[in-house]
Design a binder for this molecule. Structure first.
Ligand code: C5P
Length: 256
């Protein structure tokens, strides 16, 4: 189960820093990657990113940048800058602040086009070099997992994934149902992050193209993003542990 720890990303989709802090403190013994998305970042800003980094957690900043190339390049550069700062945010009597090594992941919409994506890769690479931190893995959003499946979806998905790859991105965010298509075309050297994960029997909520943790691993996903099935569970630690177990029990498809 331990080797799955590095592949589970918990989406901190909560309203306040206090709620996020409680969730991170409870889950940090068994989870090491946390996703900060537009809800939490809009509500409390960089403090939550600094808190996570100070605790030695990996941060996935999921702001899905999509704007003119100049704006996105500066936004990505600012995000890389966040990964270099860790202020004292743990409060008194807590463990020592860990050195910041950079953000772990960050998202951009492939719909923004090649110029926007290439500009973002260049800006992230340059800023990380200047600051002496690791460049975050830049991931392209292909099709949201809440979108209804259509017949031309595989074609659109592969076009967007090709654009992401050609523009220098490190991987894509895609549903488990499309992960195997991406693996087949791009091989192992392209990261697939999959949200829309629902353990067997769980409610799908607004997600449409869902899969179980085991299916996602079997289809070739590298990282699984789980929000509500963990953060809204009566016992989030137990829910995360069950998902890690289910991931560990899956069989990775050998051909990829
Ligand atoms: O609660 P749930 O497990 O559905 O949360 C999924 C998380 O993954 C949310 O934070 C959502 O923003 C994110 N996400 C997604 N689909 C994408 C990209 C990110 O659901 N294509």
């Amino acid at each position: 189960m331990n080797d799955q720890k590095g592949r589970l990303i918990v989406a901190l989709d909560v309203e306040t820093f206090e709620e996020a802090r409680k969730m991170v403190d409870a889950l940090s013994p068994i989870v090491e990657i946390f996703k900060v998305g537009s809800q939490l970042f809009t509500a409390c800003g960089p403090v939550v990113v600094r808190y996570l980094m100070a605790k030695g957690m990996k941060v996935f900043l999921d702001l899905k940048f999509h704007d003119i190339p100049n704006t996105v390049a500066h936004a990505v550069s600012a995000a890389v800058g966040l990964g270099a700062e860790v202020h004292e945010v743990l409060g008194e009597n807590q463990e020592a602040v860990q050195p910041a090594g950079g953000l772990f992941m960050c998202t951009l919409h492939t719909l923004g086009g090649g110029e926007m994506l290439r500009g973002a890769v260049e800006a992230a690479t340059q800023r990380a070099k200047n600051l002496g931190v690791t460049k975050p893995l830049l991931l392209g959003i292909t099709i949201l997992t809440s979108e209804v499946k259509t017949d031309n979806m595989p074609t659109i998905l592969l076009e967007r994934a090709r654009l992401a790859k050609a523009s220098g991105l490190d991987g894509v965010v895609a549903s488990s149902q499309e992960a195997s298509l991406i693996r087949r075309e791009f091989g192992r050297d392209f990261i697939i992050v999959t949200p829309g994960i629902r353990p067997k029997g769980a409610a799908t909520q607004d997600q449409r193209r869902v899969s179980t943790p085991a299916e996602a691993i079997t289809n070739g996903s590298d990282f699984l993003v789980v929000g509500r099935p963990i953060i809204e569970a009566g016992d989030p630690v137990r829910a995360a542990r069950d998902i890690l177990r289910e991931m560990a029990e899956s069989k990775k498809v050998g051909q990829y």
